[in-house]
Write a protein that binds this ligand. Structure first.
Ligand code: ADP
Ligand code: MG
Length: 831
């Protein structure tokens, strides 16, 4: 082993890795002064020596010690961006990529042309860029275009402890790319940065790094934080408890900022409203910035500004405009898609305002309340870094974003709800749900640490120490909790056929990989494995199916494989512009305002009822009539996109018609991007997207339904038949082969009253019942034709068997004198 190490060192020492130049940076004196206080500055020498001597290093340091803002500057000054290569930094969150690039540009007194960012839909990278912040998904896409990443001399993987899927895969890929680059005489460095959490997954993983990388620890100047546990643990109304605790701190405890951890955007906004009511801070006529904090006015301002410049049109199609891999609908911020802090349609009820408490509160010292969550506009986010107005106390109400990605000054008290919102996905049934669960011990300690950045602090945990003892030690790596078909396809496209052998920091389960390969085979993206040979050989073959040309085309579309399949089929019958619009709308989360979620006050309720009626009417209008109605919820999406574009996609139109403006803007960008992707894969098609499209003809609607069926073939459901309906719970219900329980069409769906015999759905979300989302009707006779891979053809003699068999998980059908059973290939997993 020792010999190996020294050999490797010899190789490394030969690489001309250390640039001889020193690039001066002209920082403002106050910036320089603040920098010198950061713990990471004390380690600059050590870090730069280590980088010089080693191809890969790990930097571990408490949140707020200066890793993200300072390490790129060290590398820049040492000349790592002075040659042809630039410095790249990946972040799992879009928020962090944008805000950190701006911060570093400011600290270095350089323009954003030089210190830039790139996230899924936007960026300000120029030919002058030397330091590039990006989301991890963006870098993964770049690896697909240039495996050696020759534009970069250094890659920094930041926030590695978050264990986002793309971060994990990047580390796996870079563990191979870096030695390859150095072997080819194109030196490259890899820095993995992490909060002080479980770095052993990276360092002690011999599959990943043959020689464990050097770990540099940065000691943070952390002040002691006293932890106060609750005696009892509120189980239901924890948000009410959070409110009371925050009020109490504000009324009784000495000055110092308060940071509150909740789970989602709706909770955060609710608490902000209540706190502002209890301790009003008035400036001019607006109360505590409430008006300026709303998304709508922000959107309106941006829109007006854009309009002054020129009329809004689809973005110019640009072949270099990268996109990240598909985004899970549950999340807009993390490109990999944990829905941990966002608005998701399943928010817990916020208890009634405890009026007595509001009265008792001493409103003499105003509380300056700021929300902080991922979807907040950057200008609003920046506010948390500024000191609060004189005579007020700062109170930041945040989601997980404040746990490690962003550090704000002046926090003395932390109120920790102990909860986190996570998306759960059942691999066997394909059912998703958002659940609020306990966080991990490591995360709870991170949260507590936020209180001790500038002076000794206090952390109030709204749960007992016994409950804390039951928390898991660390949060699970995301890759173990989500479907991986998109990743498997991307990796196959990188010619990594045996994905099981990939050096993942934490490997997804074999069942998840098998399920992914099976889906991709059914979609035609991978070659079917041979059905002969020994069991072991067949098992092996199932896990190493090579990619097909269709698979390559699909991999180049920045959407999940099921949608990519639809795009690949889309050019038929001039349907492509519609397929693109539908896919864009399905990929962007929550495009419709959900009225059920807004809890109205007494006087608002009639207004709200009127609004509900109007929005229902609009949706009915978009759903169309006759043939188009059968496209169901996808037709509503198409109608909404068409109508919105027809008036130029204005915030006013969206507001009036219950559409989320941000979502509509994103759909527009994505349409441009998908058009671009399709054109580059099949130039002969040459689609051109006119934002204003005419509604599809009846003929096209039929084609669209077939294209949707081809993509969502494994998401087919059939209406419960006579045998079932005797049982009350199967009334109006649907069967899917993988679930024993009934699933339903949501009351908000365009097909709620139609109840077609066969439908396909986008996903199943479990709330009060299991509801199918994004439902579209299909005809029985299309199934054997378009989805032969799921059908077992039989003779009428078989007919005495029941229509549904839970033992084989199949549905038996008969149409046009063909008998067939629809049976999904089940992965070999025990339920
Ligand atoms: P780490 O990456 O180790 O968690 P950072 O580099 O993010 O640390 O933060 C270092 C310091 O810079 C922190 O004290 C933080 O408050 C400060 N900081 C970061 N962004 C901003 C900003 N936009 N404005 C003011 N201060 C900031
Ligand atoms: Mg950081």
């Amino acid at each position: 082993n020792e010999k190996n190490i020294s050999n490797q060192e010899k190789v490394e020492n030969k690489t001309p890795s250390q640039p001889a130049v020193f690039i001066p940076v002209d920082r403002l004196p106050e910036i320089q002064e603040a920098r010198l206080k950061l713990p990471v500055l004390a380690e600059e020498q050590v870090i730069m020596e280590a980088v010089k001597e080693n191809p890969c290093i790990v930097i571990c340091g408490e949140t707020g010690s200066g890793k993200t803002t300072q390490v790129p500057q060290f590398l820049y000054e040492a000349g790592y961006a002075s040659g042809s290569g630039i410095i790249g930094i990946t972040e799992p969150r879009r928020v962090a990529a944008v805000s950190m690039s701006q911060r570093v540009a400011k600290e270095m007194n350089l323009s954003t042309r030089v210190v830039s960012y790139q996230i899924r839909y936007e960026g300000n990278v120029t030919s002058d860029t030397k330091i590039k912040f990006m989301t991890d998904g963006v870098l993964l896409k770049e690896i697909q275009k240039d495996f050696l990443l020759q534009r970069y001399s250094v890659i920094i993987i930041d926030e590695a402890h978050e264990r986002s899927v793309y971060t994990d895969i990047l580390i796996g890929l870079l563990s191979r790319i870096v030695p390859l680059r150095n072997k080819k005489g194109l030196p490259m460095k890899l820095l993995v940065m992490s909060a002080t959490l479980r770095v052993e997954d990276f360092t002690d993983n011999t599959k990943l790094f043959r020689t464990p990388p050097l770990v540099i620890k940065v000691d943070a100047r952390q002040f002691p934080v006293s932890i106060h546990f609750n005696k009892r643990t509120p189980m239901d109304d924890y948000t009410g408890e959070v409110f009371q605790k925050t009020c109490k701190i504000h009324r009784m405890l000495p000055p110092g900022g308060i940071l509150v951890f909740l789970t989602g955007q709706a909770e955060v906004n609710n608490l902000c409203r209540k706190l502002r009511q209890a301790f009003p801070y008035r400036r001019g006529n607006t109360t505590n910035g409430e008006d300026e904090d709303t998304d709508t006015s922000e959107a309106m301002r941006k829109f007006k500004k854009a309009k002054q410049k020129k009329t809004v049109s689809l973005p110019r199609i640009d072949l270099d405009n990268y996109s990240a891999l598909p985004v899970d609908e549950g999340d807009e911020d993390r490109e990999a898609g944990i829905g941990d802090e966002d608005y998701d349609g399943s928010d817990l009820e916020f208890g009634d305002d405890p009026a007595s408490l509001v009265e008792k509160a001493d409103p003499s010292i105003p509380l300056y309340v700021l929300p902080l969550y991922s979807l907040l506009a950057p200008e609003q986010q920046a506010k948390v870094f500024r000191p609060p107005p004189p005579g007020t106390r700062l109170c930041v109400v945040a989601t997980n974003v404040a746990e490690t990605s962003l550090t704000m000054p002046g926090i003395k008290y932390v109120v920790d709800s102990g909860r986190v919102k996570k998306r759960f996905y059942d691999r066997v049934t394909g059912v998703s749900s958002f659940k609020v669960t306990w966080t991990s011990q490591a995360s709870a300690n991170q949260r507590a640490g936020r209180a001790g950045r500038t002076e000794p602090g206090h952390c109030y945990r709204l749960y007992s120490s016994a409950v804390f003892g039951d928390f898991s030690l660390f949060s699970e790596a995301e890759i173990t909790r989500r479907p991986v078909e998109d990743l498997v396809l991307q990796m196959k496209d990188l010619n990594i056929d045996k994905v099981v052998n990939f050096p993942f920091p934490t490997s997804p389960s074999v069942e998840a990989l098998v399920a992914a390969e099976q889906l991709l085979v059914s979609l035609g993206a991978l070659k079917e494995p041979p059905r002969s040979g020994s069991v072991k050989q067949m098992e092996q073959a199932r896990l190493s199916c090579p990619i097909t040309p269709l698979g390559r085309a699909m991999a180049s579309f920045p959407v999940a494989p099921r949608y990519a399949k639809m795009l690949a089929l889309g050019q038929q019958q001039d349907c492509l512009p519609y397929v693109i619009a539908v896919v864009a709308a399905m990929t962007v989360r929550e495009i419709f305002e959900d009225l059920d979620r807004t809890a109205p006050s007494e006087d608002e309720s009639t207004k709200l009822a009127q609004r509900r009626v109007r929005l229902t009417q609009m949706r009915r209008l978009w759903a169309g009539q006759g043939a188009s109605l059968l496209l169901g919820d996808l037709m509503v999406m198409l109608g909404a996109v068409g109508a919105c574009e027809f008036v130029g996609c204005t915030p006013k139109f969206c507001e009036e018609n219950g559409l989320r403006y941000k979502a509509m803007v994103e759909i527009r960008r994505l349409r441009g991007q998908l058009t671009n992707a399709v054109n580059s894969v099949c130039p002969e098609v040459g689609v051109f997207v006119d934002p204003k499209m005419a509604p599809p003809t009846e003929h096209q609607v039929v084609c669209l339904r077939q294209i949707v069926l081809a993509g969502l073939g494994d998401h087919l459901a059939r209406r419960a038949q006579a045998e079932d309906v005797l049982d009350e719970k199967w009334k109006n219900a649907y069967r899917t082969p993988l679930l024993d329980d009934p699933v339903f069409i949501h009351p908000n769906s365009a097909l709620f009253k139609t109840l077609p015999e066969f439908v396909v759905y986008q996903e199943i979300m479990e709330t009060t019942k299991m509801y199918m989302k994004g439902v579209s009707a299909v005809e029985a006779e299309w199934i054997p034709e378009l989805l032969p891979q799921y059908c077992h053809f039989g003779s009428p003699l078989e007919s005495p068997s029941p229509w549904f068999s839970s033992s084989t998980g199949s549905i038996r059908c008969h149409c046009s004198s063909t008998f067939f059973r629809i049976a999904w290939p089940l992965p070999a997993v025990e339920k």
